[in-house]
Design a protein around this ligand. Structure first.
Ligand SMILES: NC(=O)c1ccc[n+]([C@@H]2O[C@H](COP(=O)([O-])OP(=O)(O)OC[C@H]3O[C@@H](n4cnc5c(N)ncnc54)[C@H](O)[C@@H]3O)[C@@H](O)[C@H]2O)c1
Length: 244
């Protein structure tokens, strides 16, 4: 059975990604800041072949533990989806050094630790797929989004390309996915303002926001055999937002 680890799995996009990968036949490890959060999500969605694990993505020992766990149970890690992320919304002029560093800890250190510890496993097993959830803000500066979020997502974009370029020779594919606004926990409160909702819809050529399943579909494609020669791409899931 193929195995996949999804971080931030109990959140809006994470849930949809876990559901899609389990329906595609993966044994999925849904991980998040607490195991209870994952267990509740799994129970609510009545998911099969999904296990709950606590994984704080900023903590190196948690990464070592999850990979040890999956290797002990299944002997391989076929896919890892680095999805956990936050936006502490401060414009650069109001952003404290602590908030700036916290953004990099959660959004970038996480991806570094994930990749650092999965590469030896994937090298030994003859390949694997790493998928990093960046954002449209990892492709372009975005007038409605603060600098710290954009800087972290840009870092994820180039970390992806670096790993794709240097580890492709081990049959390890590393790609990133770049959603525009999708209604989930990270943005729902903010979108309750009708003006902001209008603003966000207005920037999408397709004329509506995406749903978590749009992102999950892109992730599933990148894990699939059909994507066997796709390495180092930045796949926007944005209804054309970044075309202007
Ligand atoms: N929703 C959007 O519009 C959108 C757009 C572009 C990119 N993204 C990116 O997609 C990813 C998922 O976002 P979402 O919309 O599902 O957000 P969400 O807030 O619904 O879920 C994020 C999840 O990450 C978890 N998390 C936070 N800190 C963590 C930590 N230290 N360790 C482990 N887990 C932690 C949270 O508990 C939560 O379950 C993020 O990286 C986000 O930046 C989202």
């Amino acid at each position: 059975m193929r195995t996949a680890i999804v971080t931030g799995g109990a959140g809006g996009l994470g849930r949809a990604i876990c559901r899609k990968l389990s329906s595609d036949g993966f044994m999925v490890y849904m991980t998040d800041i607490s195991e209870d959060k994952c267990m509740n999500a799994i129970a609510e969605m009545q998911l099969e072949n999904v296990q709950a694990r606590k994984l704080d993505v900023t903590e190196e020992p948690d990464w070592i533990a999850i990979y040890d766990d999956v290797m002990a149970e299944f002997g391989r890690v076929d896919a890892v989806v680095n999805n956990a992320g936050v936006n502490i919304r401060y414009d650069i002029e109001e952003c404290s050094v602590e908030n700036w560093d916290r953004m990099f800890q959660i959004n970038v250190r996480s991806v570094f630790l994930s990749i650092k510890h999965v590469l030896p496993i994937m090298k030994a097993q003859g390949g694997g797929s790493i998928i990093n959830i960046s954002s449209v803000c990892g492709l372009v500066g975005h007038r409605y989004t603060n600098e710290s979020y954009t800087a972290t997502k840009g870092a994820v974009t180039l970390l992806t390309k670096s790993v794709a370029s240097r580890y492709g020779k081990f049959n390890i594919r590393c790609n990133s996915v770049h959603p525009s606004t999708v209604e989930t926990g990270i943005v729902n409160k903010f979108l309750s303002d009708p003006e902001r909702m209008k603003e966000r819809i207005g920037e999408v050529p397709l004329g509506h926001l995406g749903v978590p399943e749009d992102v999950a579909g892109a992730v599933a494609f990148l894990t699939s055999k059909e994507a066997a020669f796709i390495n180092g791409v930045q796949l926007p899931v944005d209804g054309g937002t970044t075309c202007d």
